[in-house]
Ligand binder design. Structure first.
Ligand code: SF4
Ligand code: SF4
Length: 64
């Protein structure tokens, strides 16, 4: 668990993200917050559940 946390974290593509905020409100770990137009992840809180990537209507989130 700790291992996977350090490997991956979601990143929003500013060219694709529409700033809808769905990922922020649906993140089960409350790890996302809007930073201007795009969401920013708090790597300390993110549990790498892939929810944000799945629910993003713009497919703007990838895990890197
Ligand atoms: S992977 Fe899961 S915990 Fe991490 S930011 Fe996305 S929705 Fe939140
Ligand atoms: S759900 Fe997708 S389009 Fe909406 S704010 Fe999050 S990354 Fe951007």
């Amino acid at each position: 668990m700790l291992h996977s946390k350090t490997l991956l974290r979601p990143q929003a593509d500013p060219d694709l993200c529409t700033g809808c905020g769905s990922c922020v409100s649906q993140c089960p770990a409350s790890a996302l917050s809007m930073d201007g137009k795009i969401p920013l992840v708090d790597p300390e809180k993110c549990i790498v559940c892939f929810c944000c990537q799945e629910i993003c209507p713009a497919k703007a989130i990838s895990l890197k």
